[in-house]
Design a protein. Structure first.
Length: 325
């Protein structure tokens, strides 16, 4: 399928795997790229420029197709070495960067100079327009359904995507709640040039995470996510568990007095315990409402091929029937 996003990024299918902390490693990114989508390595998971250089090199050994690196700007107690990480991305020859969390303007001149395409992920039309104005090549429009950080506007994709289509000139992909061929066709219908998936890609054979995490997503329904850190204006959608419910109790009882330190036990250092050790109850970890649409753990290629054939069938059969009627 050819769209503005496949043309821009040089990929076969309009499907992107969004950056995911402790999930977006070379194994998953290369599998997505080899299957014709765009795989993305999560820069901050590596921690140091040297480790990121190593992960990029591993991915380059596993695929000769384009892949990207995610750079997330979020409040951190100890800010990462962003200049060092961007230097490594440029020097390693990566040609696509997904930015998220905050305005990437500061980094655009050096990325453009290196002929790198920038896809900025954001959760509102105003931030998407800002990204377009500062020179990003495309945006991922992340609706309220999404796993991770949906922002504070709470606009779901049925409204957000057509609004983005009304305002943007650069190509955009849908993000949040995307799982299958129906998601892709709906995204295209609403003006997107493809879709970005996070949670769905975790439940694949190649995702380098513990089997318990994949099973937790198969077991979860669309009712099993919660929004945490609202009071800190750093809202995150996570899979519920006893620690998340305790965190929410603290948020309720402390109200406006809540500080990040109060919820440290439920959020700090959780990702390695969940993703590597399989302790899915360890604390809060991102998960989208789309968990309700995840029923199996296919290979990445099976998933992407299935999405594309479902999309094709919906367009040529289901939708064509309505045209004839
Ligand atoms: C476990 C997990 C970790 C994530 N980590 C990041 C991250 O580090 N940086 C980022 O920009 N987005 C991150 N995301 C968001 C995804 O890239 C993507 O935007 C989101 O998952 C889309 O919604 P979906 O889960 O409904 O597909 C994460 C999502 C999940 C599920």
């Amino acid at each position: 399928m050819k769209t503005g996003i496949t043309e821009l990024l040089g990929i076969e299918h309009p499907i992107i795997q969004g950056g995911m902390h402790f999930v977006g490693l070379a194994e998953l990114a290369s599998a997505v790229s080899n299957a014709g989508g765009l795989g993305i390595i999560t820069g901050l998971t590596q921690g140091t420029p040297e480790k990121l250089a190593n992960e990029i090199a591993r991915c380059q050994e596993m695929t000769d197709k384009p892949f990207g690196v995610n750079m997330t700007f979020l409040p951190a107690l100890k800010p990462p070495d962003y200049p060092g990480l961007f230097k490594v991305i440029i020097e390693s020859g990566v040609k696509i960067v997904e930015t998220a969390g905050n305005n990437p303007a500061q980094w655009l001149p050096m990325l453009k100079e290196a002929d790198i395409k920038v896809v900025h992920k954001c959760t509102s039309v105003r931030h998407a327009l800002k990204a377009e104005r500062i020179g990003c090549d495309a945006v991922s429009v992340d609706g309220f359904e999404c796993g991770g950080h949906p922002g504070e506007d709470d606009v779901p994709n049925f409204i957000l995507l057509p609004r983005a289509a009304e305002e943007l000139s650069i190509p955009f992909v849908s993000s949040g709640g995307m799982a299958d061929g129906r998601s892709l066709v709906a995204s295209l219908a609403m003006g997107a040039a493809g879709m970005n998936m996070g949670t769905r890609f975790i439940a694949t054979q190649e995702a380098p995470v513990h089997a318990n995490v994949k099973q937790a997503l198969v077991d979860a329904s669309e009712l099993d996510t919660r929004l945490i850190m609202r009071g800190l204006r750093n809202t995150e959608r996570v899979l519920t568990n006893a620690n998340v419910e305790r965190l929410l109790e603290k948020e309720k009882s402390l109200g406006a007095d809540l500080k990040f330190e109060d919820i440290m036990p439920e959020v700090a250092g959780v990702y390695p315990r969940v993703m590597k050790e399989g302790d899915v109850e360890a604390g809060a970890w991102s998960c989208g409402m789309v968990a309700g649409l995840i029923h199996d753990v296919p290979t990445v290629k099976e998933l992407i091929d299935r999405i594309m054939s479902e999309a094709e069938a919906i367009i040529t059969q289901r939708l064509a029937e309505f045209q004839a009627a």
